[in-house]
Design a protein. Structure first.
Length: 342
């Protein structure tokens, strides 16, 4: 900035003008460079997430009936989908089996209890459906499915009734994690099929439901979910069965709930979710992978069909994601897709 005419007033005023002008220019230079002046904090570094990279999606044969908030487990190369909400919003016990080799579905024995939001996992050649909600609220039931006999059998009840929980299998035991029973909880319990009994274990630090779970290198990872106040949690917790302790790890890049999780190789993957104010249907297509060795997340190729109300099954290096909802809240679909991270 230059004066149009030479200044002819008293010299002390000229000195003050010069000092003020120099200060203004100096401040502008600091601001332009993203630096801080005296008493100011340094400018924040960019927090933009890394660009999506890696992974391939495959479109597969759709389910026979559209459902969301389902239990999903794999036994012997077959992915079983049990329970959930039907298109009329009613809970169901419908169970379908997806034959990966044939890319085809068939209906099998119906789950004896109509449930939505259960946890599910496979253990010792059987599929298990744990907890969830019936028409009255959260339940404490555990159901075991024998594919050879095409039969469901009731097993020992959970220590507490819970819906919208997560379930994983590890070292011969079934773990039921978090969920809701009138309030979000961090409860952890392990089921021993040989003894037909549950053991209550130390709870998570962060109570939550609609969360994702997976196993990597003998440890359980829990990501995202909702706690009644935050419906797009980013918190990641790691459970070590050897020490029976929880440790908080690097937060997810994208907070969300109604998500699916899976451990493949040395990484933990999280898929989809709801609560996205930037999407017309309020859902996420985000796929993120956590590397425990680096304590860091990577964003991967987005979902072909963004969904929430999903669960996942792992076969080899592929993650299978049937059903779910394509609209926040309610919006059932028959979509069936697999993600290959390799």
């Amino acid at each position: 900035m230059a004066l149009r005419q030479p200044y002819r007033g008293p010299k002390w005023i000229a000195i003050l003008l010069y000092v003020a002008l120099a200060a203004m220019v100096g401040f502008g230079l600091f601001a332009a460079a993203g630096l801080s002046g005296p008493g100011r904090a340094p400018a924040a570094a960019s927090s933009a997430p890394p660009a999506a990279q890696g992974g391939t999606w495959l479109a597969l044969a759709p389910m026979g009936e559209p459902r969301q908030e389902i239990g999903v487990a794999e036994v012997g190369g077959v992915v079983y989908v049990a329970g959930g909400f039907r298109g009329d919003t009613a809970p169901t016990g419908t169970t379908e089996a997806y034959d990966i080799a044939r890319d085809s579905w068939r209906f099998v024995a119906t789950l004896p209890e109509a449930l939505h939001h259960p946890g599910a996992a496979a253990l010792n050649g059987k599929a298990y459906v744990v907890g969830g909600y019936d028409a009255s609220g959260a339940v404490d039931s555990l159901w075991e499915y024998d594919p050879g006999a095409d039969r469901w059998q009731r097993r020992a009840s959970l220590p507490t009734a819970r819906g919208a929980l997560a379930a994983v299998a590890l070292d011969g035991r079934l773990y039921a994690i978090g969920g809701d029973r009138g309030r979000p909880v961090g409860e952890l319990a392990a089921y021993d099929p040989q003894a037909d009994a549950w053991e209550t274990l130390p709870a998570m630090r962060h109570g939550r439901d609609h969360l994702a779970a997976g196993v990597v290198n003998g440890r359980i990872y829990i990501a995202g979910g909702r706690n009644g106040r935050d419906f797009a949690m980013t918190v990641l917790e790691e459970y070590d069965p050897a020490t029976r302790t929880w440790t908080e790890r690097a937060a997810m890049l994208t907070g969300r709930s109604g998500i699916a999780g899976a451990g493949v190789g040395a990484r933990f993957y999280v898929f989809g979710g709801e609560g996205n104010r930037g999407h017309p249907q309020g859902i996420f297509d985000a796929v993120e992978a956590y590397d425990p060795a680096q304590n860091a997340w990577t964003r991967l190729a987005p979902m072909r069909t963004p969904r929430h109300g999903i669960n996942a099954a792992v076969v080899g290096t592929r993650v299978y994601l049937p059903g779910g909802a394509t609209v926040e809240g309610f919006g059932v679909t028959t979509a069936n897709e697999a993600f290959d991270p390799s």
